[in-house]
Write a protein that binds this ligand. Structure first.
Ligand code: ADP
Ligand code: 5GP
Length: 202
C-alpha cells in the first residue's frame, strides 16, 4: 500500500526516438492500467499501424498553430520538422481527479513542464548503446534513411539533458525497463511530502 495522494502524479518520460519508449509504455500500462497516457497532438504523418486518437491526435499545421494561439498546450515543441504538443485541459482534469498521468515527450517539452510543474517525476530512457539505437530505428522500418540520420544526431544532443532528469532507465530488456519505472513510481508515491494527511492527529 502507498499513501493516498490528493492529486495525481505527473510522470514525464523522455528518450531518443527509437529507444523503445512506446514499447516500454505499453508494457508499463499493462501492469498499471490506472495510469492515464496523454495522447499528444502532432503534425507528423501517421506511421503504418498508428491510429488517430490512439497513438497521437494527428492534425494539420494550421490546426496546431491555432491551438498555440489559443494557449491550449501545457507545452509544445518542434522536433525534426514537426510540431508535437500536450493539451493542457485533459491533463489538468485527470491530475485534479487523482489520476496519474504519463507524458512521452522530448527534452525541450520536458524542460517546459519542469518550469510549470516542478513536482512531476522526470525519467529518461537510454538505449544500451548508440549502435543498438541505430539497429532499432532501422528495424522499426518506418522512417527513411535521412529521417533516421536526423534522429540519431538528435539523440546525442538529447542525452546531454540527462542531468535535468530525476531518473535514468536503460532499455535493454523491455520488461526490466518497465519494472524499473514501476519501482520509481512506487518510491515517488511514498515521499513524505505526499503523506502529511496520515500524520494529522499523530
Ligand atoms: P520509441 O517510441 O522510443 O520511438 P519504439 O517503442 O517504437 O520506440 O521502438 C523502436 C523499435 O525498437 C521497435 O521496433 C521496437 O520493437 C524495438 N524495441 C523496443 N524496445 C526494445 C528492446 N528492449 N530490445 C530490442 N528492441 C526493442
Ligand atoms: P515520434 O515522431 O518518434 O513519435 O516522436 C518524436 C519525439 O516527439 C519523441 O521524442 C517523443 O517523445 C516526442 N513527443 C511526442 N509527443 C510530444 C509532445 O506532446 N510534446 C513534446 N514536446 N514532445 C513530444
Amino acid at each position: 500500500m502507498t499513501p493516498k495522494r490528493r492529486q495525481g502524479q505527473l510522470i514525464v518520460l523522455s528518450g531518443p526516438s527509437g529507444v523503445g519508449k512506446s514499447t516500454v509504455i505499453s508494457e508499463l500500462l499493462s501492469e498499471r492500467p490506472d495510469i492515464y497516457f496523454s495522447i499528444s497532438f502532432t503534425t507528423r504523418q501517421p506511421r503504418v499501424g498508428e491510429e488517430d486518437g490512439v497513438n497521437y491526435n494527428f492534425v494539420s499545421k494550421e490546426t496546431f498553430e491555432g491551438m498555440i494561439a489559443r494557449d491550449e498546450f501545457l507545452e509544445h515543441a518542434r522536433y525534426v520538422d514537426n510540431y508535437y504538443g500536450t493539451s493542457l485541459k485533459v491533463i489538468r482534469e485527470k491530475i485534479e481527479a487523482g489520476v496519474d498521468v504519463l507524458l512521452d515527450i522530448e527534452v525541450q517539452g520536458a524542460a517546459k513542464v519542469k518550469e510549470k510543474c516542478p513536482d512531476a517525476v522526470f525519467i529518461f530512457i537510454m538505449p544500451p548503446s548508440f549502435e543498438e539505437l541505430s539497429r532499432r530505428l532501422h528495424g522499426r522500418n518506418t522512417d527513411s534513411e535521412e529521417v533516421i540520420e536526423g534522429r540519431l544526431q538528435k539523440a546525442r544532443e538529447e542525452c546531454k539533458q540527462i542531468p535535468n532528469y530525476d531518473f535514468l532507465v536503460v532499455n535493454d530488456k523491455v520488461s526490466d525497463a518497465a519494472a524499473q519505472i514501476i519501482s520509481i513510481l512506487v518510491a515517488e508515491g511514498c515521499r513524505t511530502k505526499y503523506c502529511m494527511d496520515m500524520l494529522e492527529g499523530v
